[in-house]
Design a protein around this ligand. Structure first.
Ligand SMILES: [Cu+2]
Length: 355
């Protein structure tokens, strides 16, 4: 009897052990939704040797109104100094991405953006109003929209692992932005008499220069939450074919994420971004333009901004790693060399598939 009892209790013990080992295995193999950064962050994670990942992101960015410094400046105020005031801008981007890891300590990444940008303007012209005793100048307002469409600057990056512990990663991001986006986008404006003319800087699809994108990323995955931080600098190496250089850019971001249900996590992220004015002047842009519309002035391009972002990641259970994520980004502080268009919000929706 004691043997049987011992045998049974032994079996029970093995069973319990097996179940808990299986559970631990399951937990280790289960993909944490927050093991990737919020979807607005790129180049936050490495892959295992031989692994591929494909991604698609849809991004929408809305600008509405204008700021001078951190103060709002109205269309009426802008039209006291300029003939044209930009009112709003919508940028939509489809970003195709691929990652491949030739080794555990190196992941390669390529990003191809397809961009569509629309900008609405109000124009004020003085026209002759006929009076009884003669003529006088009357302001006449009209509206027009410009649009551009096409491939932006393709970015290729190497992610080098600097340090790894059981729950953290330190990554060196070394990216290069290629001048694949057009800097000769033209459209009809309110004063171009039906002709397509060179559009101002923010309507162009690329920088026209090779840009270095050095950066550093740290992530840590703890039992109940995860966090990470990333800083990426955009350094424009040279002047483009139209005799100007976009301002360099610094983007820093830190996030906190927490699983809240099976395969789901939420995230909060703070972003700080600083970018410089345009150096030089677009030789294709009519030099009279910068006196007529603030967007054509190379000295009214720089600024800084702080954003807060809220996101959700969903790691879809299955044999391949399949994720869907969304992030909504809202500025809380902006200081712009203005008048310059004010960021209203942006949204990033993404899908990632690892094989
Ligand atoms: Cu990846």
């Amino acid at each position: 009897m004691s043997f049987v009892r011992r045998f049974i209790s032994g079996l029970i013990l093995i069973f319990i052990n097996h179940v808990s080992v299986a559970d631990a295995d399951h937990a280790a193999n289960a993909v944490r939704a927050d093991s990737h950064a919020p979807i607005g962050v790129m180049g936050d994670h490495m892959h295992k040797a031989g692994e591929w990942m494909f991604s698609y992101r849809y991004m929408q960015m809305e600008m509405d109104g204008n700021l001078d410094g951190s103060d709002s400046i109205s269309t009426d105020e802008i039209l006291q100094d300029y003939m044209i005031a930009p009112e709003s801008m919508t940028m939509e981007m489809h970003m195709l991405g691929a990652m491949y890891a030739p080794s555990d300590d190196l992941t390669l990444m390529v990003m191809v953006p397809l961009i569509n940008t629309e900008m609405d303007h109000t124009m004020q012209m003085m026209s002759m109003g006929g009076g009884m005793g003669g003529s006088m100048m009357m302001p006449m307002r009209s509206e027009f929209t410009t649009e551009t469409d096409g491939v932006g600057d393709v970015k290729v990056s190497g992610l080098f692992r600097l340090q790894q512990t059981s729950n953290s990663d330190l990554i060196l991001n070394m990216g290069l932005s290629l001048p694949t986006g057009s800097i000769d986008e033209k459209d009809v404006t309110g004063m171009s008499m039906g002709n397509k003319v060179q559009l101002p800087y923010s309507m162009q699809l690329g920088s026209g220069t090779y840009d270095l994108l050095p950066g550093i990323t740290y992530t840590q995955l703890l039992e109940t939450y995860s966090w990470g931080a990333q800083a990426i600098y955009t350094y424009r190496i040279s002047e483009n074919d139209n005799d100007y250089t976009l301002g360099d850019r610094l983007k820093m971001s830190a996030w906190y994420a927490r699983p809240f249900a099976d395969n789901l996590s939420w995230s909060l992220r703070g972003i700080y971004e600083h970018w410089g004015d345009v150096d030089g002047e677009d030789s294709e842009l009519n030099p009279m333009m910068k006196a007529m519309v603030p967007t054509a002035d190379p000295d009214l391009r720089g600024g800084e901004r702080i954003d807060l972002a809220a996101g959700i990641n969903w790691a879809i259970p299955g044999s391949v790693t399949n994720r869907i994520a969304v992030e909504v980004i809202k500025p809380v502080y902006q200081d712009l060399n203005g008048p310059q268009m004010e960021m209203d919000y942006s949204v990033v929706l993404g899908w990632q598939l690892s094989l």
